[in-house]
Design a protein around this ligand. Sequence first.
Ligand code: 1CP
Length: 353
Amino acid sequence: QALPAAHPLVSGATSESPLITAYRGGKPSRRPVWFMRQAGRSLPEYREVRRGISMLDSCLKPELAAEITLQPVRRHDVDAGIFFSDIVIPLKLAGVGVDIVPGVGPVLEHPVRTADDVAKLPKLDWDALEPIREAVRLTVEQLGSTPLIGFAGAPFTLAAYMVEGRPSRDHLGPRTMMHADPDTWKALAQWAADASGLFLRAQLEAGASAAQLFDSWAGSLGLADYERFVAPASARALDPVRGLGAPLIHFGTGTSEILGAMHGVGVDVIGVDYRLPLGEANRRLGGTVPLQGNIDPALLSAPWEVLESHVREVIAAGESAPGHVLNLGHGVPPETDPEVLTRLVSLIHSIGY
Ligand code: 1CP
């Protein structure tokens, strides 16, 4: 199970970094910050290297994926890189017909709706993940003492795309399936868990120092459904990366009512969206869990004074938790001025404990 000796957490390259220290509940030398979706459309250098290359192709070209991962680290001085990939990459590498359509998101050739559809899903093979391992190796080499965060989609969020066949607002398809055909739901959720689990394992073995499970759409579930139909599969997705010493983070949006259950799947850190103040999140989690979040992405386009005072409030609220990593409460909006992000990182780093 152990990570190789050259791994940055084992060699010591990233084990004392501000990010890993805060994830472990300590007080680092500076307040760590990174942004979900920090790579991507807000950066002109990203638009430049992506010209003429589809999203999924760019994820599977190791040099390009490494370059895109590094761009926001160079530009903003953030405390982590987030691996440039997508939650549907494990599907693609398993041989499922999926594409990311510009302006839409992930679209499946054949939505997965019946027991037969699930039974026909191809198994993800460890060897197929080689472009991912290669991209992570190239990235980590260049990141040096800055940790790389790996990630995967949680089974519910992945299954939401698989059942609907495309992005949806209310995720009715998967929510109907879990009640109407619980056996098919369970088989689908387990398939997704195994694919995401292998994707996470590949990133950690190749050099990522932490991993975030994105259950972006889990907030559309009530607590009872989450616990019964989703939590066991999310726990299963993390099984291949437990006990490696790499902090595990769990994030979703609209999850105020299920935070405890999301922690219960066995993670070290909870990512909080912008709706719930960190003090209240900390209270709901019993004061024992390091938190990540939760600057409101909407305020990135507000006047600087408004944003600064909001960020100072987030920092003050985060003081109650045993560890705090600054982030947004969801991804960077594409129209964000990248200079605002750079200035924000510098502000956060200037605020002492
Ligand atoms: O052509 C493009 O540039 C497509 C835009 C894009 C990008 C840049 C997509 C399509 N995915 C990504 C990269 C990506 N996706 C990253 C790495 C970049 C970074 O964070 O810096 C990560 C972590 C993801 C994860 C992801 N994909 C999530 C979870 C995070 C979240 O935002 O909640 C989800 C839900 C997806 C699905 C997805 N992929 C792409 C889009 C537009 C979407 C969302 C579609 C929807 O609204 O349902």
